[in-house]
Design a protein around this ligand. Structure first.
Ligand code: ADP
Length: 270
């Protein structure tokens, strides 16, 4: 059975532009959901700008092919992952065009032996291009999670992704604000990228703000080292656990508001 027909909840993590922390959120949220007892996989659909292998400390590891149509995903601390980054040399530019990219994506959805998953997180490429559109069209029952910084330039383009989702029949779960503020050692908060834009976007889209993640040096450092901060920094673990709970609540609400009663948000599977 393909993923699009299974009970796996698909969370598509998107953003209007790059660099807002979409991949950082995908990876750390995946571990937070796993920490709550769910079976989780990440499909790095950011085929040109993949960074999930690095963020999960899996650079240089290659997924094993069992046969022509079965690939085993890589795994880190219980979270499964597949990325084009695991199949190509890091320094070689990927020049595949649309149809081939969509084929790769289909293979990742169809040929990867994910096993039973409660959640599959899709790290989408930024913006409203071919790939995010293809993903949404292929898995219309997925939920979109929008990541933005508090800057108008980021939230404005994030709004476009949500509007594309509507066209594809994908429901937006909510907005996550990353790099909300920096808190210095004296406890003072500096709103480096401003304030209020995320709330404005959420109002416009009629979705909740699911959480706010501060700018933190250890998040950047640990991520660069391939060590997901959610696994080792207690404050980050707490923040992402709260976000994971908000995501679960959001799914329950959306499922409950559907005309036909849908499946419940899954119970932890291990
Ligand atoms: P995107 O996937 O949107 O392109 P990334 O997740 O790759 O963005 O993040 C871009 C950069 O910002 C990375 O170097 C990452 O470590 C850093 N970063 C992301 N979120 C935070 C944060 N909350 N605090 C500090 N650095 C962050």
């Amino acid at each position: 059975m393909s993923l699009s027909e299974s009970d796996t909840k698909v969370l598509a993590v998107g953003s209007g532009k790059g660099g807002v922390g979409k991949s950082t959120v995908s990876v750390n949220l995946a571990f937070a959901l796993h920490g709550l007892g769910y079976r989780v996989g990440i499909l790095d659909a950011d085929v040109y700008g993949f960074s999930v292998p690095r963020l999960m400390g899996l650079v240089g590891e290659q997924p094993r092919a069992v046969d022509e149509h079965t690939i085993l995903p890589l795994e880190r601390d219980g979270v499964k992952m597949i990325s084009t980054g695991s199949f190509v040399d890091d320094d070689v530019p990927i020049i595949w065009r649309g149809p081939l990219l969509v084929k790769v994506l289909d293979q990742f959805l169809g040929d990867v032996r994910w096993g039973s998953l409660d959640f599959l997180l899709l790290d989408l490429p930024p913006g409203t291009g071919d790939i995010p559109l293809s993903v949404m069209q292929r898995i219309p029952h997925s939920f979109l999670l929008l990541v933005t910084t508090p800057q108008a330039s980021a939230s404005h383009v994030a709004g476009r992704v949500a509007r594309m989702a509507v066209e594809a029949g994908v429901r937006t779960l909510g907005v996550l604000e990353n790099m909300s503020y920096f808190q210095c050692e004296h406890g003072e908060r500096y709103y480096i990228f401003g304030q209020g834009e995320t709330e404005r976007l959420a109002r416009e889209l009629e979705v909740p703000v699911l959480g706010k993640i501060p700018l933190r040096i250890d998040v950047r450092e640990k991520s660069d080292q391939g060590d997901p901060p959610v696994l080792t920094v207690p404050e980050v673990a707490r923040e992402f656990e709260e976000i994971a709970i908000a995501v679960l609540d959001g799914i329950r609400l959306l499922e409950a508001s559907k005309e036909e009663p849908g499946p419940e948000a899954p119970e932890p599977g291990h």
